[in-house]
Ligand binder design. Structure first.
Ligand code: GAL
Length: 356
């Protein structure tokens, strides 16, 4: 395994950003940077051996600072939305930034995606990676407790990209971490993900109100939300009616079948044109399917338009701090938050499945 490091430039306030490269024996390459502990590239072979980048990213740090799409970033302290930016913990109420209409989104105005993380290399022969760490201060973005977070990215020679999160706090707080990487498995050859075949192992999804806050868990059966059998993502995009969010597209959390806490395969994406296949395994109870509905072709969206790529954000459910009926996102002193997600890459030659 090869590990490299180079400067990715400086932020507007003069902080140096490094990018690390991890390459395995088949040439699959992961690039991550200290700004947001973000994935900047994942280069993987297609069925003809052509290695291409299959995630959205920018070439310069200033573009990352200008964007609002969270390309490849680590999201925290609590990902997704918290209704009205408020929650109570042990009878005490907390107020967070409302940076998405009336909601708190993706950790606030300066979430983990905009922090500069410390990086350590983790060398190895079969697998290697980069461990990022960040200390989020008590009161940062309104959250209680000093929180020490680590995110470990590991690539192995079987083409698994593993992301492991840990966190510890000195006072009771809430934690829900994810990564916001946008996938287009065609490597940019297909301008949209309409033809990507998607399977999600979930019988229910969380319906949302007009602020994208979950209301009730609903059955996917018979609706455009059903991915229990693999279907092209674009096939039913047009079926989204008034009850779904505007702009039209998938932006919903699925209630995974698996018992959470156990690492299990929960989703699979296949791009028939390139033959690339990505399987998603996680310990999390939910997965947010987001089809890039807010990418508007502007510079801040990297020139990308709606449906260019999709995100599969493994997580606890949105608005969990206000939902005692959902699996808890609370973390107390002496406890350790742990979460694991694997993106596993393969490709298909005719009917046979091969490792890259
Ligand atoms: C997603 C979220 C979307 C949107 C997007 C960022 O995780 O579900 O509603 O906020 O991030 O543009």
């Amino acid at each position: 395994m090869l590990i490299g490091r180079k400067s990715f430039g400086q932020t507007a306030d003069g902080m140096t950003v490094d990018q690390y490269t991890v390459k395995n024996q088949s040439g699959t390459t992961l690039k991550v940077m200290t700004y947001g502990a973000s994935i900047t590239a994942l280069e993987a072979a297609d069925k003809d051996g052509l290695t291409e980048n299959i995630v959205l990213g920018f070439d310069s740090i200033s573009d990352y600072e200008a964007h609002d799409a969270y390309f490849g970033a680590t999201i925290g302290r609590v990902c997704n939305r918290i209704a009205n930016g408020r929650f109570t913990l042990d009878g005490k109420s907390f107020r967070l930034a409302t940076n998405n209409e009336s909601s708190h989104l993706h950790g606030g105005v300066k979430g983990f995606d905009k922090a500069i993380w410390k990086a350590d290399t983790v060398p190895g022969n079969y697998e290697a990676g980069i461990r990022f760490s960040y200390s989020s201060k008590d009161g940062e973005e309104g959250y209680p407790g000093n929180l020490d977070v680590t995110v470990l990215y590991t690539l192995n020679n079987d083409n698994d990209l593993r992301i492991e999160y840990t966190a510890r706090t000195d006072a009771k707080t809430v934690v829900n971490l994810t990564n916001h990487v946008y996938w287009n498995l065609s490597g940019g050859r297909s301008k949209t993900i309409h033809d990507h075949l998607l399977h999600i192992d979930a019988d229910q999804y969380l319906a949302v109100d007009q602020h994208s806050i979950p209301t009730l868990a609903k059955a996917v059966k018979g609706t455009a939300m059903d991915f229990t059998e693999a279907v092209p993502v674009g096939q039913r995009l047009a079926d989204f009616g008034a009850e779904m969010n505007d702009p039209t597209g998938y932006d919903h959390c699925y209630v995974l079948r698996q018992a959470h806490g156990r690492l299990a395969s929960v989703a699979r994406v296949e791009d028939p044109a390139s033959g690339r296949i990505m399987e998603v395994l996680t310990t999390e109870p939910g997965i947010q399917l987001y089809t890039g509905n807010f990418l508007d072709g502007s510079l801040a969206s990297g020139g990308h338009t709606r449906y260019t790529a999709l995100c599969l954000e493994t997580q606890h459910f949105p608005d969990s701090p206000n939902r005692p009926d959902y699996p808890s996102v609370e973390l107390g002193p002496g406890e350790q938050y742990q979460s694991k997600t694997i993106f596993r890459f393969r490709y298909r030659i005719s009917k046979k499945l091969k490792r890259i």
